[in-house]
Design a protein around this ligand. Structure first.
Ligand SMILES: Nc1ncnc2c1ncn2[C@@H]1O[C@H](COP(=O)(O)OP(=O)(O)O)[C@@H](O)[C@H]1O
Ligand SMILES: [Mg+2]
Length: 407
């Protein structure tokens, strides 16, 4: 992967290079370092480490920092590498069980072991266990979800290190540092808001700060749906990283991102991964086929078509990347339609419709259902063609206006 440093997302560009630059979880990190140190004396009985904690709490960063501080070679396998039994048996095993050429010590990092592969990939866990048995170097794994069934067998042979959420003060320190490094500034209010929204996820805070500075997005954009953003970026990254269409399909079916928003995000970001005209053309073709099928599903409730939607996304869009190498990129949010769908997430979909109607008609939000919405929905039922006009007028997603029992 060739990347100019300036094109790196801030969360990559500002990876802490030394333990002294790391914030949060000091005790855990100290213990982790001691465990790695203990390898110098020989393979410990628990010969692999499992770092468990929510995203953006410094798990990956601390392994990088420790390897730098101890001048060890870091061999990193992350979840966008094809994480199957074969590659673990060959690539990872080789890295773990052979000495380095220059005699330097090595750390093997298997990042996000609970990530892509789901529970079906038991073979993968078996392969990891074998790697751990044969390893002559410390193996460090990271995982987000302590309850993932994938971890069950790993937990027995691993020393566990728990990472907790990053405190606000610590996040402030890091964000201010990054701002000054980049000679940028944001207001105190925005900084506070970013931190509050990140809910202890430092990577999220850093990437929100970056979009704030680069995009100058309104603070309202930040407050919306931290979780959606996180899931979305992951979905896109994994989707474009894989070159296996079955895997792409699975990534999509496991993603919590609603299909209509997936279309918007893909539309906005496709060109970052598909750089040749042919790739772009194929990508957009797949996208529009997905869009058409999705429209049919919504109109006719023909959910059988959903399988094809996945295919169009997976094969049509993700598999269109045939030439351009996979790169990590900063995804941008779709422009206005995003604000619409964000406001329309299940729970507050109806409420959005009512407040929009209320402000347009002057009737209170509580009464507007009887005075206007019932009628509008009746009209739409009789003449579905006007749905999009009403949706545009009210600035809501079309599905928000379709009555529940019709779905
Ligand atoms: N001092 C710091 N301590 C920890 N993380 C930092 C620091 N400064 C910046 N960060 C950012 O936070 C991110 C931490 O995320 P990471 O270690 O990848 O989390 P995890 O692996 O737990 O999901 C880093 O990529 C980096 O951009
Ligand atoms: Mg990580």
């Amino acid at each position: 992967m060739i990347l100019l440093n300036d094109n790196l997302p801030w969360s990559e560009k500002h990876r802490p290079k030394s333990l002294s630059e790391l914030v949060g979880n000091p005790e855990t990190i100290k213990a982790l370092k001691a465990w790695i140190d203990s390898w110098m004396l020989g393979k410990p009985s628990k010969s692999a480490a499992l770092l468990i904690g929510p995203p953006g709490t410094g798990k990956t960063a601390s392994v990088g920092a420790i390897s730098n501080d101890l001048d060890m070679e870091l061999v990193e396998f992350n979840s966008s590498d094809k994480r199957n039994k074969d590659s673990i048996e060959t690539l990872v095993w080789r890295a773990a069980s052979q000495m380095t050429l220059d005699g330097r010590d090595r750390i093997i990092l298997l990042d996000e072991v609970d990530g892509l592969s789901g529970t079906s990939d038991r073979g993968g866990v078996g392969a990891i266990l074998k790697v751990i048995r044969d390893a002559v170097h410390p193996i460090v794994m990271t995982a987000n979800d302590p309850n993932s069934p994938r971890l069950k067998d790993l937990l027995k042979v691993c020393q566990v290190f728990n990472f907790g959420l990053i405190e606000s003060d610590d996040m402030t320190t890091v964000l201010r540092y990054i701002l000054s490094e980049n000679q940028e500034n944001v207001s105190e209010d925005i900084l506070e808001e970013i931190i509050e929204n990140a809910e202890g996820d430092l990577r999220a805070a850093v990437s929100d700060l970056e979009s704030q500075v680069r995009g100058g997005s309104s603070s309202q954009t930040i407050t919306t749906s931290r979780d959606i953003r996180r899931g979305t970026e992951e979905t896109l990254r994994h989707l474009f990283a894989t070159n296996d269409s079955k895997m792409a399909r699975r990534i999509l079916s496991e993603s919590e991102l609603p299909h209509d928003s997936l279309i918007l995000w893909l539309e906005e970001n496709l060109h970052l991964h598909l750089l040749t005209p042919k790739e772009l053309n194929d990508g957009f073709e797949g996208l529009s086929l997905a869009d058409v099928s999705l429209g049919r599903i919504m109109r006719n409730q023909n959910w059988k078509l959903l399988a094809y939607v996945y295919d169009f996304f997976a094969t049509g869009v993700a598999m269109s990347r045939t030439k351009t190498p996979f790169r990590r990129v900063v995804y941008s949010q779709p422009t206005w339609p995003l604000l619409v769908w964000q406001g329309n997430r299940k729970r507050d979909k109806q409420s959005k419709v009512r407040s929009s109607l209320a402000s347009l008609t002057g009737v209170s939000k509580r009464r507007v259902q009887q005075t206007h919405l019932d009628t509008i929905q009746k009209i739409i039922e009789i003449n579905p063609k006007v749905l999009k006009n009403f949706a545009a007028w009210l600035r809501v997603e079309k599905s928000a206006l379709v009555r529940k029992r019709n779905r």
